[in-house]
Design a protein around this ligand. Structure first.
Ligand code: NAD
Length: 258
């Protein structure tokens, strides 16, 4: 029977302390999953307040820097020691870096890649051996990975993540592990709270739905991709962006000719 419920399923989420990751932790716990929420902080961050201590929600918090291979090994060993398998992995942790093309340094590029690309690779390498048939990985890309978004290190990292996702979908498919990517547009989180007002206005002008998205709207698509309802979907990329990436730059022309 297909269902959006995730009862008896264990899901690991990275960068779950705030923003989209915290919303995913909340929704997946509500859907009945055992959520292993991870982030940089030693103690459960404020974004998980209530949930990590609530007896009704099945959520445990673990410290994890996704760029640290030994941290991933420790997490995998701990999950095994608990006698669990992994049914879902959400590679959500990400950082931005807003240098422009002629200013960005190789060190900037490496720093962003370590989290956004290597972090997701390490997650897949460490946890896929604990994943059986019918399990699912969701990588969190960005409309930056579908376009020529100006922060070049971030944009290049999200394009690289798409390549990693497609290889993982191909290689893990025979094991029954699905790998899909969501590409959020402008979502209201602490990451975008620091964006310039001009970025907000121009992005809204390029977004057919005419508004920013909420963390819950991304979490809902992640839930679908983790659930058996998407059992024949792998290697897919789903923009959650109010239509921003779909018009290929034609919206300003359409708007100008109204
Ligand atoms: P956020 O900055 O609000 O939260 C990111 C979380 O990742 C934080 O809790 C942070 O502590 C954690 N993190 C950072 N580096 C880490 C590391 N090395 N190891 C473990 N955790 C780490 O960001 P968000 O807006 O919620 O973004 C979540 C994901 O969505 C990111 O991959 C981001 O690139 C992507 N995204 C966001 C938007 C948006 O508009 N907010 C748009 C497109 C894509």
């Amino acid at each position: 029977m297909v269902s959006l419920q995730l009862g008896n399923r264990t899901v690991v989420i990275t960068g779950a302390g705030q923003g989209q990751g915290a919303a995913e932790a909340r929704l997946l716990a509500e859907a009945g999953a055992r959520v292993i929420a991870t982030d940089l902080a030693e103690v459960p961050p404020a974004g998980l307040a209530g949930l990590a201590s609530s007896s009704s929600a099945s959520l445990v918090y673990r410290q994890l820097d996704v760029s640290d291979a030994s941290g991933w090994s420790n997490l995998a060993a701990w999950i095994q020691s608990e006698g669990w398998q992994v049914d879902g992995l959400v590679n959500n942790a990400g950082i931005t870096q807003r240098s422009r093309l002629l200013d960005v340094s190789v060190a900037d590029l490496q720093k962003v890649y370590e989290v956004n690309v290597a972090g997701s690779l390490l997650g897949i390498q460490s946890l896929s051996p604990l994943m059986g048939s019918g399990t699912s990985v969701v990588n969190v890309g960005s409309v930056a990975g579908l376009t020529a978004h100006y922060p070049v290190a971030y944009t290049a990292s999200k394009w690289a993540l798409r390549g990693l996702s497609q290889v993982a979908a191909m290689e893990l498919g025979p094991h029954g592990i699905r790998v899909n990517t969501v590409h959020p547009g402008f979502i209201e989180t602490p990451m975008t709270a620091s964006a310039k007002p001009e970025f907000r206005q121009t992005t809204l002008a390029e977004t057919p739905l005419g508004r920013t998205g909420s963390v819950e709207e991304v979490a809902a698509v992640v839930l679908f991709l983790l659930s058996p309802l998407s059992s024949f979907v792998t290697g897919a990329e789903i923009p959650v962006d109010g239509g921003q990436s779909a018009h290929g730059g034609a919206k300003s022309v359409s708007d100008a000719l109204r």
